[in-house]
Ligand binder design. Structure first.
Ligand code: HEC
Length: 149
């Protein structure tokens, strides 16, 4: 009995896995929104320090900068399969201008890597400057490729 059931269970498991990519855009949308949530999580405390809303803590800044660079090293573009803009803030321009879009992602990757490097050096003025450049790459992509709501 068990011997007969097991292969059936295994096969239906395989069918489930096999059907995932054809499952519509939802998992990809969840993936990219999760990544964006993480970006924001690491960016915000640094922004508070740069704006003077909280005391400048160079060690905490450095940790956030490193973690942001780590998250930004994950390939964001897999979260944007072609045409996955229904009911989201993603603009169709992403796929009409894929090179432009991936270029904006590359900007974030290099700016955040540089921010982690600068933060390790401990020069607070340099950290503030590079923070602004990094935050600017978020807006640089949103302005063109995210729907304003
Ligand atoms: C390469 C382009 C690109 C870059 C770079 C980028 N974003 Fe986004 N972001 C988007 C797009 C497109 C959306 C809309 C996604 C959607 O609605 O599915 C978005 C949505 C968001 C959201 C809303 C997520 C949600 O749950 O709806 C937040 C928050 C966000 N981004 C923060 C950031 C921060 C912070 C940075 C910089 C550290 C950043 N993004 C960099 C393209 C980008």
């Amino acid at each position: 009995m068990l011997k007969q059931l097991l292969p059936t269970a295994a096969i239906s498991g395989l069918l489930l896995i096999g059907s995932l990519p054809a499952n519509g855009a939802e998992p990809a949308v969840e993936f990219r929104e999760s990544i964006m949530t993480l970006y924001k999580w690491y960016l915000q405390p640094m922004g508070g320090m740069v704006k003077g809303e909280r005391p400048f803590d160079a060690a905490a800044f450095r940790k956030n900068a490193e973690d942001l660079a780590n998250v930004a090293s994950l390939d964001l573009t897999v979260g944007f399969p072609e045409g996955s803009d229904d009911d989201t803030e993603a603009r169709p321009d992403i796929w009409l201008d894929w090179d432009g879009f991936t270029g904006k992602f590359a900007d974030l990757q290099s700016a955040s890597a540089e921010l982690a490097r600068v933060a390790a050096g401990g020069d607070i003025e340099a950290m503030k400057q590079q923070f602004k450049a990094t935050a600017g790459t978020c807006g640089g992509c949103h302005k063109k490729y995210r729907e304003k709501k």
